[in-house]
Ligand binder design. Structure first.
Ligand code: FE
Length: 178
């Protein structure tokens, strides 16, 4: 009786271990293929264009601390530190918070300023706001769909537009062209 119980317990534990290891493996494979927030962010979509207007209290529960600090508190990542600074793959850039389309890789250029730079943005992807913080007079760039901070735009870019969208890598989600 006792032996039978132990055997049943052993089989039960073995079954639980198999289920646990499978689900863990599945989660890890999701993390490797998704942006840093998408796997727990119900608002992230590269096709849905519905406006998102939720509080920072809610965003704080959804976003990683690094993305929250930049997207919702307008922090800036350290220069030369972002994964898209020295990066020239062909594809599309989306808002890392909501998935809204922001830039094409064909508008990216090497600016040596330390952050990924673009000479043109998707006009349906971004909006602008005057920013006089830190004793500077700048134009802030925000996501048009979710109002998250992306970076700033300056009038020292290359032709044909002459502008430089200076972005935080953390605010961007890149999808390579197939
Ligand atoms: Fe967004």
């Amino acid at each position: 009786m006792n032996l039978s119980f132990n055997r049943r317990s052993f089989l039960y534990i073995l079954l639980l271990m198999i289920i646990f290891s499978c689900s863990k493996f599945s989660n890890l494979s999701n993390i490797n293929t998704m942006p840093n927030t998408e796997n727990k962010n119900p608002f992230f979509s590269t096709t849905d264009t519905t406006q998102i207007d939720i509080s920072n209290t809610e965003w704080k529960k959804i976003l990683s601390p690094e993305l929250y600090a930049i997207a919702r508190e307008a922090s800036t990542e350290r220069p030369m530190s972002g994964k898209y600074n020295d990066f020239d793959e062909i594809g599309e850039y989306y808002c890392a918070v909501c998935g809204n389309h922001l830039f094409r890789s064909t508008a990216k250029f090497s600016s040596s300023c330390g952050w990924p730079s673009f000479f043109e943005a998707d006009k349906n992807g971004v909006k602008y706001r005057k920013d006089i913080s830190h004793g500077m007079d700048r134009i802030e760039v925000l996501c048009k769909r979710c109002n998250s901070h992306l970076g700033h735009v300056f009038n020292d870019g290359p032709k044909p537009t002459g502008v430089r969208f200076c972005m935080n890598s953390i605010s961007l989600h890149f999808e390579p062209k197939n």
